[in-house]
Ligand binder design. Structure first.
Ligand SMILES: Cc1cc2nc3c(=O)[nH]c(=O)nc-3n(C[C@H](O)[C@H](O)[C@H](O)COP(=O)(O)OP(=O)(O)OC[C@H]3O[C@@H](n4cnc5c(N)ncnc54)[C@H](O)[C@@H]3O)c2cc1C
Length: 295
């Protein structure tokens, strides 16, 4: 059990206490970046819905930089085939955004289906991604869409959402500085279809996107998420010229067969998971081939 820290106030012994910390509430990105450079160990806070859990897990920040008052992080735009969603956009805002609803309606629908009402108003896109928890759904949803995370003020400027699970050291603030996540961009120009299946959550979720290749053919990208394992990215290049030429069952099986053995977990063996992911991919593709709208 964690001990009570000096200055933490009077609390029940069954509770753990958070030591006092300095809270900064900048109103511009420039100000926030300056603060994180001045305090490299600072923890970024958005809606705090996951941070509260991190505090219970032992995180004890000395400096907290809240990005909640930075309005530029809440911008959503759709220009020249690129959808840009600010990291500070809440789940409720994102799922109702006219730019998202009109460009990729299934993204808006998927986003509006996650979490509880209270968390949908509190939690943000940035927090969902950078909590880096397997069970959170925006990494699964946005990886299939080829989302690119845009950073400011750190050692990197952009990274694919799918790289969230690739380099643990990158995300350890004591080893480096990824800066502040400002937005996620999605190329919508080549996107033909997107869908998300969460009916089997927490055992398996699947997001799936079909894109037109620059020269010829289509690419089907699927991402499989689960409560206990990192999301896995699956991909299939098809020679088809039209989405209706894809065979949902066989493409679903090709995608599911790519799941590595470590995708098996306490909730299901790898054989069961491959079967389930094949069925979910097939279900999404059946919808895609019968409906060519972007969702
Ligand atoms: C009861 C409950 C149910 C939930 N159900 C679901 C669910 O069904 N599906 C689902 O996907 N999620 C679910 N969640 C998770 C929820 O969506 C996340 O907690 C939320 O998105 C986190 O956003 P936040 O703004 O509160 O992040 P915070 O708690 O403020 O931050 C989370 C992490 O992200 C970092 N961070 C935040 N913003 C930035 C930034 N701009 N730049 C750099 N780092 C940043 C913080 O430093 C911190 O490490 C649930 C949560 C709760 C409490």
């Amino acid at each position: 059990m964690r001990g009570q820290k000096l200055g933490a106030g009077l609390i029940a012994q069954s509770q753990s206490a958070l030591p006092p910390f300095i809270l900064h509430r900048p109103t511009s990105l420039g100000e926030a970046v300056a603060l994180t450079r001045q305090h490299p160990e600072a923890v970024i806070a958005a809606g705090c819905s996951d941070l509260v859990a991190q505090f219970r897990e032992g995180l004890e920040p000395e400096v907290l930089v809240s990005v909640q008052r930075i309005t530029e992080l809440r911008a959503i735009s759709n220009n020249s085939g690129v959808l840009s969603i600010g990291s500070g956009v809440s789940h409720a805002e994102g799922s109702r955004s006219p730019e998202i609803v009109s460009t990729v309606p299934a993204l808006a629908a998927a986003w509006g289906s996650i979490a509880t009402v209270r968390i949908r108003y509190r939690g943000t896109l940035g927090g969902n991604l950078l909590s880096r928890r397997y069970r959170y759904e925006m990494p699964v949803i946005l990886s299939a869409l080829g989302g690119q995370m845009q950073f400011h003020g750190g050692d990197i400027t952009a990274l694919p959402v799918s790289s969230l699970w690739e380099r643990d050291s990158l995300w350890d603030r004591s080893l480096g500085n990824v800066g502040i996540l400002t937005a996620v961009t999605v190329d919508t120009a080549s996107l033909l279809w997107f869908g998300y299946e969460r009916s089997m959550r927490p055992v398996s979720t699947v997001s799936l996107a079909v894109r037109k290749n620059p020269v010829a053919g289509l690419t089907v990208s699927a991402v499989c998420g689960s409560e206990y394992r990192q999301p896995f990215v699956l991909s299939h290049a098809a020679e088809a010229t039209d989405i209706t030429e894809l065979d949902p069952v066989s493409v679903g099986q090709v995608l599911a067969a790519q799941l590595p053995d470590e995708a098996g977990d306490y909730a299901g063996s790898i054989d069961y998971r491959r079967h389930l992911v094949g069925v979910l991919c097939g279900r999404l593709l059946a919808e895609a081939t019968g409906n060519q709208r972007k969702g």
